[in-house]
Design a protein around this ligand. Structure first.
Ligand SMILES: Nc1ncnc2c1ncn2[C@@H]1O[C@H](COP(=O)(O)OP(=O)(O)OP(=O)(O)O)[C@@H](O)[C@H]1O
Ligand SMILES: [Mg+2]
Length: 583
Protein backbone atom coordinates (compact mmCIF):
# COMPACT_ATOMS: atom_id res chain seq x y z
CA UNK A 1 0.00 0.00 0.00
CA UNK A 2 1.31 3.43 -0.85
CA UNK A 3 0.84 6.30 1.48
CA UNK A 4 2.28 9.68 2.05
CA UNK A 5 5.08 10.10 4.49
CA UNK A 6 7.02 12.91 6.01
CA UNK A 7 10.56 12.22 6.82
CA UNK A 8 13.95 13.69 6.48
CA UNK A 9 14.97 11.34 3.75
CA UNK A 10 11.72 10.17 2.34
CA UNK A 11 11.28 13.10 0.04
CA UNK A 12 10.09 12.12 -3.33
CA UNK A 13 11.84 8.90 -3.86
CA UNK A 14 10.58 6.72 -6.63
CA UNK A 15 10.76 3.36 -5.01
CA UNK A 16 10.59 0.06 -6.70
CA UNK A 17 7.11 -1.08 -5.86
CA UNK A 18 7.90 -4.64 -6.83
CA UNK A 19 10.38 -5.19 -4.05
CA UNK A 20 10.10 -8.16 -1.74
CA UNK A 21 7.89 -7.53 1.25
CA UNK A 22 9.68 -7.83 4.49
CA UNK A 23 11.96 -6.10 6.87
CA UNK A 24 14.38 -4.89 4.26
CA UNK A 25 11.82 -2.52 2.87
CA UNK A 26 10.10 -1.87 6.11
CA UNK A 27 11.53 1.54 6.83
CA UNK A 28 10.71 3.87 4.00
CA UNK A 29 12.74 6.62 5.61
CA UNK A 30 15.90 4.85 4.67
CA UNK A 31 17.15 5.11 1.07
CA UNK A 32 16.49 1.91 -0.74
CA UNK A 33 18.68 0.92 -3.65
CA UNK A 34 16.53 -0.03 -6.55
CA UNK A 35 17.03 -3.58 -7.75
CA UNK A 36 16.38 -2.38 -11.26
CA UNK A 37 19.79 -1.66 -12.84
CA UNK A 38 18.28 0.71 -15.40
CA UNK A 39 16.75 2.87 -12.77
CA UNK A 40 18.70 6.05 -12.25
CA UNK A 41 16.15 7.83 -10.19
CA UNK A 42 17.76 9.11 -7.09
CA UNK A 43 16.62 10.65 -3.89
CA UNK A 44 17.90 14.04 -2.84
CA UNK A 45 18.21 14.32 0.88
CA UNK A 46 17.08 17.68 2.09
CA UNK A 47 15.86 18.89 5.47
CA UNK A 48 13.23 21.18 4.06
CA UNK A 49 11.38 18.13 2.81
CA UNK A 50 9.84 17.81 6.24
CA UNK A 51 7.37 20.45 5.26
CA UNK A 52 6.49 19.02 1.90
CA UNK A 53 3.32 17.34 0.85
CA UNK A 54 1.93 16.51 -2.51
CA UNK A 55 0.13 13.92 -4.41
CA UNK A 56 3.00 12.66 -6.49
CA UNK A 57 5.02 12.44 -3.37
CA UNK A 58 2.46 10.22 -1.81
CA UNK A 59 2.38 8.01 -4.86
CA UNK A 60 6.09 7.41 -4.80
CA UNK A 61 6.49 6.89 -1.08
CA UNK A 62 5.57 3.65 0.63
CA UNK A 63 5.42 3.49 4.37
CA UNK A 64 2.91 0.90 5.56
CA UNK A 65 3.92 -2.66 4.80
CA UNK A 66 2.08 -5.91 5.36
CA UNK A 67 3.35 -7.56 8.55
CA UNK A 68 5.75 -10.44 8.37
CA UNK A 69 4.37 -14.02 8.57
CA UNK A 70 5.49 -14.64 12.14
CA UNK A 71 3.79 -11.46 13.28
CA UNK A 72 0.54 -12.58 11.69
CA UNK A 73 0.70 -15.85 13.58
CA UNK A 74 1.32 -14.01 16.88
CA UNK A 75 -1.54 -11.62 16.19
CA UNK A 76 -3.85 -14.54 15.30
CA UNK A 77 -2.98 -16.31 18.55
CA UNK A 78 -3.56 -13.07 20.47
CA UNK A 79 -7.00 -12.72 18.88
CA UNK A 80 -7.97 -16.26 19.86
CA UNK A 81 -6.65 -15.69 23.38
CA UNK A 82 -8.72 -12.53 23.74
CA UNK A 83 -11.76 -14.41 22.45
CA UNK A 84 -11.33 -17.25 24.97
CA UNK A 85 -10.73 -14.76 27.80
CA UNK A 86 -13.85 -12.88 26.78
CA UNK A 87 -15.88 -16.06 26.73
CA UNK A 88 -14.67 -17.10 30.12
CA UNK A 89 -15.54 -13.66 31.55
CA UNK A 90 -18.79 -13.48 29.66
CA UNK A 91 -20.02 -16.91 30.63
CA UNK A 92 -19.35 -17.88 34.21
CA UNK A 93 -18.25 -14.53 35.69
CA UNK A 94 -21.26 -12.45 34.88
CA UNK A 95 -19.12 -9.44 34.02
CA UNK A 96 -21.20 -9.01 30.89
CA UNK A 97 -20.45 -5.37 30.38
CA UNK A 98 -16.70 -6.06 30.10
CA UNK A 99 -17.07 -8.98 27.68
CA UNK A 100 -17.76 -6.95 24.52
CA UNK A 101 -14.58 -5.04 25.14
CA UNK A 102 -12.62 -8.25 25.04
CA UNK A 103 -14.37 -9.40 21.88
CA UNK A 104 -13.50 -6.11 20.22
CA UNK A 105 -10.00 -6.34 21.59
CA UNK A 106 -9.83 -9.81 20.07
CA UNK A 107 -10.86 -8.59 16.66
CA UNK A 108 -8.68 -5.49 16.52
CA UNK A 109 -5.36 -7.30 16.20
CA UNK A 110 -6.96 -9.52 13.58
CA UNK A 111 -7.95 -6.43 11.64
CA UNK A 112 -4.38 -5.20 12.02
CA UNK A 113 -3.10 -8.24 10.15
CA UNK A 114 -4.43 -6.58 7.05
CA UNK A 115 -6.11 -9.78 5.89
CA UNK A 116 -9.88 -9.87 5.37
CA UNK A 117 -10.13 -13.64 5.80
CA UNK A 118 -8.36 -13.58 9.14
CA UNK A 119 -10.69 -10.84 10.31
CA UNK A 120 -13.72 -12.90 9.27
CA UNK A 121 -12.41 -16.03 10.93
CA UNK A 122 -11.73 -14.09 14.07
CA UNK A 123 -15.20 -12.55 14.00
CA UNK A 124 -16.84 -15.93 13.47
CA UNK A 125 -14.85 -17.38 16.36
CA UNK A 126 -15.85 -14.51 18.64
CA UNK A 127 -19.48 -14.80 17.54
CA UNK A 128 -19.53 -18.53 18.26
CA UNK A 129 -17.99 -18.01 21.67
CA UNK A 130 -20.43 -15.21 22.45
CA UNK A 131 -23.33 -17.31 21.19
CA UNK A 132 -22.29 -20.23 23.35
CA UNK A 133 -22.01 -18.14 26.50
CA UNK A 134 -25.26 -16.26 25.89
CA UNK A 135 -27.07 -19.54 25.19
CA UNK A 136 -25.76 -21.08 28.38
CA UNK A 137 -26.55 -18.05 30.45
CA UNK A 138 -29.86 -16.96 29.03
CA UNK A 139 -31.42 -20.16 27.76
CA UNK A 140 -34.50 -19.58 29.84
CA UNK A 141 -35.10 -16.02 28.76
CA UNK A 142 -36.22 -16.21 25.13
CA UNK A 143 -36.42 -12.42 24.57
CA UNK A 144 -32.92 -11.82 25.86
CA UNK A 145 -31.63 -14.71 23.76
CA UNK A 146 -33.28 -13.27 20.65
CA UNK A 147 -31.81 -9.83 21.33
CA UNK A 148 -28.37 -11.29 21.83
CA UNK A 149 -28.55 -13.31 18.60
CA UNK A 150 -29.81 -10.21 16.77
CA UNK A 151 -26.86 -8.25 18.09
CA UNK A 152 -24.49 -10.96 16.93
CA UNK A 153 -26.03 -11.10 13.44
CA UNK A 154 -25.92 -7.29 13.05
CA UNK A 155 -22.32 -7.23 14.26
CA UNK A 156 -21.46 -10.01 11.81
CA UNK A 157 -23.08 -7.98 8.97
CA UNK A 158 -21.13 -4.87 9.95
CA UNK A 159 -17.91 -6.84 10.10
CA UNK A 160 -18.63 -8.32 6.69
CA UNK A 161 -19.33 -4.84 5.22
CA UNK A 162 -16.14 -3.59 6.76
CA UNK A 163 -14.32 -6.49 5.18
CA UNK A 164 -15.70 -5.68 1.73
CA UNK A 165 -14.60 -2.07 2.09
CA UNK A 166 -11.19 -3.30 3.13
CA UNK A 167 -10.95 -5.49 0.04
CA UNK A 168 -11.87 -2.54 -2.18
CA UNK A 169 -9.26 -0.41 -0.50
CA UNK A 170 -6.66 -3.06 -1.11
CA UNK A 171 -7.60 -3.27 -4.77
CA UNK A 172 -7.39 0.51 -5.14
CA UNK A 173 -4.06 0.53 -3.41
CA UNK A 174 -2.76 -2.21 -5.71
CA UNK A 175 -3.92 -0.22 -8.73
CA UNK A 176 -2.22 2.88 -7.37
CA UNK A 177 0.93 0.91 -6.83
CA UNK A 178 0.74 -0.43 -10.36
CA UNK A 179 0.37 3.06 -11.77
CA UNK A 180 3.22 4.35 -9.68
CA UNK A 181 5.39 1.55 -11.00
CA UNK A 182 4.40 2.33 -14.55
CA UNK A 183 5.12 6.02 -14.03
CA UNK A 184 8.50 5.20 -12.59
CA UNK A 185 9.35 2.96 -15.53
CA UNK A 186 8.19 5.60 -17.98
CA UNK A 187 10.25 8.22 -16.17
CA UNK A 188 13.36 6.05 -16.05
CA UNK A 189 13.24 4.62 -19.54
CA UNK A 190 11.98 7.67 -21.39
CA UNK A 191 14.28 8.67 -24.26
CA UNK A 192 13.31 12.25 -23.42
CA UNK A 193 15.51 13.71 -20.71
CA UNK A 194 13.31 14.25 -17.66
CA UNK A 195 14.05 16.22 -14.53
CA UNK A 196 11.76 16.29 -11.56
CA UNK A 197 12.17 19.66 -9.90
CA UNK A 198 10.87 21.40 -6.84
CA UNK A 199 9.52 24.82 -7.75
CA UNK A 200 8.14 25.58 -4.31
CA UNK A 201 10.66 28.28 -3.49
CA UNK A 202 10.81 29.88 -6.90
CA UNK A 203 7.03 30.16 -7.07
CA UNK A 204 7.03 32.03 -3.75
CA UNK A 205 10.01 34.15 -4.80
CA UNK A 206 8.47 35.20 -8.11
CA UNK A 207 5.22 35.96 -6.38
CA UNK A 208 7.06 38.34 -4.07
CA UNK A 209 8.92 39.92 -7.01
CA UNK A 210 5.67 40.41 -8.88
CA UNK A 211 4.04 41.90 -5.81
CA UNK A 212 6.86 44.47 -5.66
CA UNK A 213 5.77 45.74 -9.07
CA UNK A 214 8.23 44.00 -11.39
CA UNK A 215 6.68 43.14 -14.73
CA UNK A 216 9.55 42.63 -17.15
CA UNK A 217 11.92 40.00 -15.78
CA UNK A 218 14.42 40.35 -18.64
CA UNK A 219 14.89 44.01 -17.76
CA UNK A 220 14.94 43.23 -14.05
CA UNK A 221 17.64 40.60 -14.67
CA UNK A 222 19.69 43.12 -16.65
CA UNK A 223 19.51 45.57 -13.74
CA UNK A 224 20.17 42.83 -11.17
CA UNK A 225 22.78 40.42 -12.56
CA UNK A 226 22.45 38.11 -9.56
CA UNK A 227 18.74 37.58 -10.22
CA UNK A 228 19.17 34.66 -12.65
CA UNK A 229 21.55 32.61 -10.48
CA UNK A 230 19.47 33.39 -7.39
CA UNK A 231 16.34 32.07 -9.02
CA UNK A 232 18.17 28.99 -10.29
CA UNK A 233 19.35 28.31 -6.75
CA UNK A 234 15.69 28.24 -5.66
CA UNK A 235 14.90 25.44 -8.05
CA UNK A 236 15.99 22.06 -6.80
CA UNK A 237 16.28 18.99 -8.98
CA UNK A 238 14.99 15.95 -7.12
CA UNK A 239 15.12 13.20 -9.68
CA UNK A 240 16.55 12.68 -13.14
CA UNK A 241 16.37 9.87 -15.64
CA UNK A 242 19.13 8.19 -17.65
CA UNK A 243 18.43 10.29 -20.75
CA UNK A 244 19.05 13.46 -18.71
CA UNK A 245 22.27 12.03 -17.32
CA UNK A 246 23.49 11.25 -20.82
CA UNK A 247 22.33 14.52 -22.28
CA UNK A 248 24.18 16.61 -19.72
CA UNK A 249 27.24 14.36 -19.74
CA UNK A 250 27.01 13.56 -16.04
CA UNK A 251 28.82 10.61 -14.50
CA UNK A 252 25.85 9.73 -12.31
CA UNK A 253 22.36 11.07 -11.55
CA UNK A 254 23.63 12.42 -8.22
CA UNK A 255 25.68 15.03 -10.04
CA UNK A 256 22.52 16.61 -11.36
CA UNK A 257 20.52 16.72 -8.15
CA UNK A 258 20.13 19.81 -6.00
CA UNK A 259 20.20 23.49 -6.96
CA UNK A 260 19.83 24.32 -10.63
CA UNK A 261 22.21 27.31 -10.46
CA UNK A 262 25.20 25.07 -11.24
CA UNK A 263 23.72 24.24 -14.63
CA UNK A 264 22.60 27.63 -15.90
CA UNK A 265 25.20 29.15 -18.24
CA UNK A 266 26.27 32.77 -17.97
CA UNK A 267 23.84 33.86 -20.63
CA UNK A 268 20.67 33.06 -18.68
CA UNK A 269 18.29 34.84 -21.04
CA UNK A 270 16.40 31.68 -22.00
CA UNK A 271 16.06 30.72 -18.33
CA UNK A 272 14.65 34.18 -17.58
CA UNK A 273 12.13 33.69 -20.38
CA UNK A 274 10.86 30.54 -18.68
CA UNK A 275 10.66 32.39 -15.35
CA UNK A 276 8.67 35.14 -17.01
CA UNK A 277 6.16 32.56 -18.23
CA UNK A 278 5.90 31.20 -14.70
CA UNK A 279 5.46 34.67 -13.20
CA UNK A 280 2.84 35.57 -15.79
CA UNK A 281 0.77 32.64 -14.60
CA UNK A 282 1.10 30.66 -17.79
CA UNK A 283 0.32 26.98 -17.47
CA UNK A 284 3.28 25.78 -19.45
CA UNK A 285 6.47 26.87 -21.08
CA UNK A 286 7.94 25.45 -24.22
CA UNK A 287 11.06 26.78 -25.80
CA UNK A 288 14.78 26.54 -26.00
CA UNK A 289 16.98 26.36 -22.95
CA UNK A 290 20.71 26.20 -22.46
CA UNK A 291 22.17 24.03 -19.75
CA UNK A 292 25.77 23.60 -18.69
CA UNK A 293 26.56 20.01 -17.73
CA UNK A 294 28.89 19.05 -14.87
CA UNK A 295 31.81 18.85 -17.35
CA UNK A 296 31.15 22.38 -18.54
CA UNK A 297 29.64 21.44 -21.91
CA UNK A 298 26.74 23.67 -22.79
CA UNK A 299 23.80 21.89 -24.42
CA UNK A 300 20.87 23.49 -26.12
CA UNK A 301 17.62 21.73 -25.36
CA UNK A 302 14.03 22.11 -26.31
CA UNK A 303 12.23 22.13 -22.96
CA UNK A 304 8.63 21.64 -22.04
CA UNK A 305 7.51 22.49 -18.52
CA UNK A 306 4.04 22.32 -17.08
CA UNK A 307 4.03 24.70 -14.18
CA UNK A 308 2.40 23.95 -10.83
CA UNK A 309 -1.05 25.41 -10.74
CA UNK A 310 -1.41 26.54 -7.13
CA UNK A 311 0.79 28.56 -4.91
CA UNK A 312 1.74 27.23 -1.53
CA UNK A 313 2.50 23.67 -0.56
CA UNK A 314 4.66 21.63 -2.84
CA UNK A 315 5.22 22.77 -6.38
CA UNK A 316 6.82 19.85 -8.17
CA UNK A 317 7.19 19.88 -11.91
CA UNK A 318 8.47 17.46 -14.49
CA UNK A 319 10.73 19.14 -17.01
CA UNK A 320 11.09 17.37 -20.35
CA UNK A 321 14.10 18.14 -22.52
CA UNK A 322 15.15 17.12 -25.99
CA UNK A 323 18.74 17.78 -26.90
CA UNK A 324 18.84 20.00 -29.97
CA UNK A 325 22.50 21.01 -29.69
CA UNK A 326 23.41 19.09 -32.81
CA UNK A 327 20.38 20.40 -34.64
CA UNK A 328 21.21 23.96 -33.61
CA UNK A 329 24.78 23.46 -34.77
CA UNK A 330 23.53 22.15 -38.11
CA UNK A 331 21.10 25.05 -38.37
CA UNK A 332 23.86 27.53 -37.73
CA UNK A 333 26.05 25.76 -40.30
CA UNK A 334 23.13 25.86 -42.69
CA UNK A 335 22.73 29.57 -42.11
CA UNK A 336 26.44 30.08 -42.74
CA UNK A 337 26.21 27.99 -45.90
CA UNK A 338 23.20 30.02 -47.02
CA UNK A 339 25.08 33.24 -46.41
CA UNK A 340 28.03 31.88 -48.37
CA UNK A 341 25.65 30.79 -51.12
CA UNK A 342 24.06 34.23 -51.24
CA UNK A 343 27.50 35.78 -51.48
CA UNK A 344 28.45 33.32 -54.21
CA UNK A 345 25.20 34.07 -56.01
CA UNK A 346 25.90 37.74 -55.74
CA UNK A 347 29.37 37.19 -57.16
CA UNK A 348 27.96 35.12 -59.99
CA UNK A 349 25.35 37.79 -60.68
CA UNK A 350 28.11 40.33 -60.76
CA UNK A 351 30.01 38.05 -63.13
CA UNK A 352 26.96 37.81 -65.39
CA UNK A 353 26.53 41.55 -65.19
CA UNK A 354 30.15 42.14 -66.10
CA UNK A 355 29.72 39.80 -69.06
CA UNK A 356 26.57 41.71 -70.10
CA UNK A 357 28.25 45.10 -69.82
CA UNK A 358 31.30 43.86 -71.66
CA UNK A 359 29.11 42.46 -74.41
CA UNK A 360 26.87 45.46 -74.73
CA UNK A 361 29.64 48.04 -74.62
CA UNK A 362 31.95 46.26 -77.02
CA UNK A 363 29.74 47.11 -79.99
CA UNK A 364 29.56 50.93 -79.44
CA UNK A 365 33.21 51.05 -78.44
CA UNK A 366 34.18 49.20 -81.61
CA UNK A 367 31.98 51.68 -83.53
CA UNK A 368 33.64 54.64 -81.82
CA UNK A 369 37.10 53.36 -82.63
CA UNK A 370 36.20 52.71 -86.22
CA UNK A 371 34.64 56.16 -86.71
CA UNK A 372 37.40 57.94 -84.86
CA UNK A 373 39.98 56.29 -87.17
CA UNK A 374 37.89 57.16 -90.21
CA UNK A 375 37.64 60.72 -89.06
CA UNK A 376 41.38 60.96 -88.59
CA UNK A 377 41.94 59.48 -92.03
CA UNK A 378 39.61 62.08 -93.59
CA UNK A 379 41.50 64.82 -91.88
CA UNK A 380 45.05 63.57 -92.37
CA UNK A 381 44.92 62.08 -95.81
CA UNK A 382 42.31 64.17 -97.58
CA UNK A 383 41.68 67.16 -95.38
CA UNK A 384 37.97 66.48 -95.78
CA UNK A 385 36.56 68.22 -92.75
CA UNK A 386 32.93 67.57 -93.61
CA UNK A 387 33.41 63.78 -93.83
CA UNK A 388 35.52 63.92 -90.67
CA UNK A 389 32.74 65.73 -88.86
CA UNK A 390 30.23 63.10 -90.03
CA UNK A 391 32.46 60.38 -88.62
CA UNK A 392 32.92 62.29 -85.39
CA UNK A 393 29.16 62.62 -85.05
CA UNK A 394 28.91 58.86 -85.29
CA UNK A 395 31.57 58.61 -82.59
CA UNK A 396 29.44 60.88 -80.45
CA UNK A 397 26.33 58.81 -81.16
CA UNK A 398 28.12 55.62 -80.11
CA UNK A 399 29.50 57.35 -77.01
CA UNK A 400 25.98 58.42 -76.06
CA UNK A 401 24.73 54.90 -76.56
CA UNK A 402 27.54 53.54 -74.38
CA UNK A 403 26.59 56.06 -71.71
CA UNK A 404 22.89 55.09 -72.02
CA UNK A 405 23.78 51.42 -71.66
CA UNK A 406 25.78 52.14 -68.52
CA UNK A 407 23.02 54.30 -67.05
CA UNK A 408 20.41 51.67 -67.79
CA UNK A 409 22.59 49.00 -66.19
CA UNK A 410 23.12 51.16 -63.13
CA UNK A 411 19.39 51.82 -62.72
CA UNK A 412 18.69 48.10 -63.00
CA UNK A 413 21.30 47.37 -60.37
CA UNK A 414 19.68 49.80 -57.98
CA UNK A 415 16.30 48.18 -58.71
CA UNK A 416 14.98 51.33 -60.34
CA UNK A 417 13.61 49.86 -63.56
CA UNK A 418 10.68 52.22 -63.94
CA UNK A 419 12.60 55.40 -64.58
CA UNK A 420 13.75 54.29 -67.99
CA UNK A 421 10.42 53.10 -69.38
CA UNK A 422 9.90 55.04 -72.59
CA UNK A 423 7.14 54.93 -75.17
CA UNK A 424 9.20 53.71 -78.09
CA UNK A 425 8.02 54.27 -81.63
CA UNK A 426 8.70 51.05 -83.57
CA UNK A 427 9.63 52.80 -86.81
CA UNK A 428 12.17 55.09 -85.18
CA UNK A 429 13.56 52.16 -83.21
CA UNK A 430 14.20 50.16 -86.38
CA UNK A 431 15.78 53.18 -88.09
CA UNK A 432 18.08 53.77 -85.11
CA UNK A 433 19.20 50.15 -85.18
CA UNK A 434 19.86 50.37 -88.91
CA UNK A 435 22.01 53.45 -88.24
CA UNK A 436 23.86 51.85 -85.37
CA UNK A 437 24.71 48.83 -87.53
CA UNK A 438 25.39 50.84 -90.63
CA UNK A 439 29.19 50.90 -90.41
CA UNK A 440 29.49 47.21 -89.57
CA UNK A 441 27.09 46.26 -92.35
CA UNK A 442 29.02 48.35 -94.80
CA UNK A 443 32.34 46.89 -93.66
CA UNK A 444 30.98 43.35 -94.07
CA UNK A 445 29.34 44.22 -97.35
CA UNK A 446 25.94 43.08 -96.13
CA UNK A 447 22.66 44.69 -97.08
CA UNK A 448 19.97 45.32 -94.45
CA UNK A 449 16.45 45.16 -95.89
CA UNK A 450 13.94 46.80 -93.61
CA UNK A 451 10.19 46.37 -93.98
CA UNK A 452 7.47 47.55 -91.63
CA UNK A 453 4.15 45.92 -92.43
CA UNK A 454 1.99 47.35 -89.76
CA UNK A 455 2.91 51.03 -90.12
CA UNK A 456 4.01 52.80 -87.02
CA UNK A 457 3.17 51.61 -83.53
CA UNK A 458 4.56 52.00 -80.06
CA UNK A 459 5.95 49.66 -77.51
CA UNK A 460 6.96 50.32 -73.96
CA UNK A 461 10.42 49.87 -72.61
CA UNK A 462 13.78 51.39 -72.10
CA UNK A 463 14.76 52.43 -75.61
CA UNK A 464 18.37 51.45 -75.12
CA UNK A 465 17.40 47.93 -74.11
CA UNK A 466 15.12 47.43 -77.11
CA UNK A 467 17.84 48.75 -79.39
CA UNK A 468 20.21 46.28 -77.87
CA UNK A 469 17.92 43.31 -78.57
CA UNK A 470 17.75 44.16 -82.24
CA UNK A 471 21.45 45.05 -82.44
CA UNK A 472 22.35 41.64 -80.97
CA UNK A 473 20.16 39.78 -83.48
CA UNK A 474 21.48 41.77 -86.44
CA UNK A 475 25.06 41.28 -85.20
CA UNK A 476 24.50 37.53 -85.05
CA UNK A 477 23.05 37.55 -88.56
CA UNK A 478 26.13 39.44 -89.68
CA UNK A 479 28.36 36.83 -88.13
CA UNK A 480 26.37 34.07 -89.81
CA UNK A 481 26.98 35.70 -93.21
CA UNK A 482 30.72 35.93 -92.76
CA UNK A 483 31.40 33.20 -95.32
CA UNK A 484 28.32 33.72 -97.48
CA UNK A 485 28.38 34.49 -101.22
CA UNK A 486 27.87 38.08 -102.26
CA UNK A 487 24.33 37.28 -103.49
CA UNK A 488 23.31 35.98 -100.11
CA UNK A 489 24.82 38.76 -98.06
CA UNK A 490 21.57 40.30 -96.92
CA UNK A 491 19.57 40.52 -93.74
CA UNK A 492 15.87 41.16 -93.48
CA UNK A 493 14.56 43.20 -90.57
CA UNK A 494 10.80 43.09 -90.55
CA UNK A 495 8.11 44.28 -88.14
CA UNK A 496 4.50 43.18 -88.22
CA UNK A 497 1.40 43.50 -86.10
CA UNK A 498 -1.27 40.89 -85.55
CA UNK A 499 -3.87 43.64 -85.16
CA UNK A 500 -4.62 42.53 -81.61
CA UNK A 501 -1.85 44.42 -79.90
CA UNK A 502 1.21 42.25 -80.45
CA UNK A 503 4.13 43.54 -82.50
CA UNK A 504 6.57 41.03 -83.94
CA UNK A 505 10.16 41.78 -84.95
CA UNK A 506 11.85 39.34 -87.31
CA UNK A 507 15.54 39.20 -88.20
CA UNK A 508 16.25 36.70 -90.98
CA UNK A 509 19.56 36.01 -92.70
CA UNK A 510 20.72 33.87 -95.59
CA UNK A 511 23.45 32.12 -93.61
CA UNK A 512 23.90 28.41 -92.88
CA UNK A 513 21.05 28.35 -90.38
CA UNK A 514 21.05 27.02 -86.83
CA UNK A 515 22.56 23.57 -86.42
CA UNK A 516 19.95 21.24 -84.96
CA UNK A 517 22.41 20.07 -82.32
CA UNK A 518 22.54 23.50 -80.68
CA UNK A 519 18.95 24.57 -81.18
CA UNK A 520 17.91 24.00 -77.56
CA UNK A 521 20.94 25.81 -76.10
CA UNK A 522 20.91 28.97 -78.21
CA UNK A 523 19.53 31.23 -75.49
CA UNK A 524 21.56 29.81 -72.62
CA UNK A 525 24.04 32.28 -71.15
CA UNK A 526 27.63 31.74 -72.26
CA UNK A 527 26.65 29.31 -75.02
CA UNK A 528 28.57 30.06 -78.19
CA UNK A 529 29.88 28.26 -81.26
CA UNK A 530 32.07 31.17 -82.29
CA UNK A 531 35.73 31.20 -81.24
CA UNK A 532 35.56 34.91 -80.46
CA UNK A 533 32.02 34.86 -79.07
CA UNK A 534 30.96 35.33 -75.46
CA UNK A 535 27.63 33.55 -75.83
CA UNK A 536 25.79 36.49 -74.27
CA UNK A 537 23.94 38.15 -77.16
CA UNK A 538 20.89 35.86 -77.32
CA UNK A 539 20.71 35.41 -73.56
CA UNK A 540 20.60 39.20 -73.06
CA UNK A 541 17.96 39.52 -75.79
CA UNK A 542 15.79 36.78 -74.28
CA UNK A 543 15.93 38.33 -70.80
CA UNK A 544 15.05 41.77 -72.13
CA UNK A 545 12.13 40.51 -74.21
CA UNK A 546 10.69 38.36 -71.45
CA UNK A 547 11.09 41.15 -68.89
CA UNK A 548 8.79 43.23 -71.08
CA UNK A 549 6.22 40.43 -71.29
CA UNK A 550 7.31 39.16 -74.71
CA UNK A 551 8.50 35.91 -76.27
CA UNK A 552 11.48 35.12 -78.48
CA UNK A 553 12.13 32.10 -80.71
CA UNK A 554 14.46 30.92 -83.42
CA UNK A 555 13.96 28.63 -86.40
CA UNK A 556 15.44 27.82 -89.79
CA UNK A 557 13.97 28.61 -93.17
CA UNK A 558 15.32 27.24 -96.43
CA UNK A 559 17.45 30.37 -96.77
CA UNK A 560 18.93 30.58 -93.29
CA UNK A 561 18.08 31.38 -89.69
CA UNK A 562 15.17 33.42 -88.42
CA UNK A 563 15.03 35.08 -84.99
CA UNK A 564 11.69 36.46 -84.04
CA UNK A 565 10.38 38.20 -80.94
CA UNK A 566 6.98 39.55 -80.08
CA UNK A 567 6.22 42.37 -77.66
CA UNK A 568 2.92 43.83 -76.52
CA UNK A 569 2.08 47.11 -78.19
CA UNK A 570 1.64 50.04 -75.86
CA UNK A 571 -1.56 49.53 -73.87
CA UNK A 572 -2.02 45.88 -74.94
CA UNK A 573 -2.10 43.15 -72.33
CA UNK A 574 0.83 40.81 -71.92
CA UNK A 575 -1.40 37.75 -72.13
CA UNK A 576 -2.02 38.48 -75.79
CA UNK A 577 1.65 38.04 -76.54
CA UNK A 578 1.81 34.84 -74.55
CA UNK A 579 -1.11 33.40 -76.50
CA UNK A 580 0.40 34.61 -79.72
CA UNK A 581 3.73 33.03 -78.93
CA UNK A 582 2.12 29.78 -77.90
CA UNK A 583 0.05 29.49 -81.07
N1 LIG B 1 21.80 34.01 -87.12
C1 LIG B 1 22.38 32.90 -86.64
N2 LIG B 1 22.62 31.84 -87.47
C2 LIG B 1 23.16 30.72 -86.97
N3 LIG B 1 23.51 30.53 -85.67
C3 LIG B 1 23.30 31.55 -84.85
C4 LIG B 1 22.71 32.78 -85.25
N4 LIG B 1 22.61 33.58 -84.22
C5 LIG B 1 23.11 32.89 -83.17
N5 LIG B 1 23.53 31.68 -83.55
C6 LIG B 1 24.13 30.66 -82.67
O1 LIG B 1 23.82 30.96 -81.36
C7 LIG B 1 25.02 31.06 -80.57
C8 LIG B 1 24.78 32.02 -79.46
O2 LIG B 1 24.60 33.33 -79.94
P1 LIG B 1 24.92 34.54 -78.98
O3 LIG B 1 24.60 35.78 -79.69
O4 LIG B 1 24.26 34.30 -77.72
O5 LIG B 1 26.45 34.41 -78.72
P2 LIG B 1 27.63 34.68 -79.73
O6 LIG B 1 27.12 35.41 -80.89
O7 LIG B 1 28.25 33.37 -80.02
O8 LIG B 1 28.61 35.54 -78.87
P3 LIG B 1 28.33 37.03 -78.39
O9 LIG B 1 28.18 36.93 -76.93
O10 LIG B 1 29.54 37.77 -78.76
O11 LIG B 1 27.11 37.50 -79.06
C9 LIG B 1 26.03 31.48 -81.55
O12 LIG B 1 27.36 31.15 -81.14
C10 LIG B 1 25.63 30.68 -82.75
O13 LIG B 1 26.07 29.36 -82.65
MG1 LIG C 1 25.99 37.20 -80.67
Amino acid sequence: MLTGTRGSNACFQIQDAARTPGNVARDSRRPIASPNPVSTTERAASPEDDALEDTMFSIFSDETEPPAEWRKVVIGLAAITFGVVAQSIDGPSGLQSVAPLFYVAGMLPAAGTNGGNRLSASAVLCAMLAFASISLRSFADGVELLAAWGTIVISACLISAHQRVGVRLETAAAELEHQARRFKQTFDLSPVALLEQDFTEIVEHLHAIKASGVVDLAKYARDNPSFGPECARRISTRAVNQAAVEMLGAASPNELLGGLHRFIPEDASLFIEALQALMDGRERYEGLARLRGPRGDVSTAYVAIRFPIKRGGVARVIVGMIDVTERQRMLSELREAQAALTAAKRFSEMGALSATITHELSQPIAGMMMNAQTSLRWLREKGDIRSAVDSLERVLRDARRARDILEFTRSRLSGDTGTQADDVDVESLVKEVAQIMQDELRAANVRLEVSMEHGSGEISGPRVELQQVLVNLVSNALQALRDADAARRRIQLKTSSDGRGAITFTVADCGPGIPESVADRLFAPLFTTRPDGMGMGLSIAKNAVERRGGRIRAYNLLDGAVFEFTLPALGASHELVSQEAAS
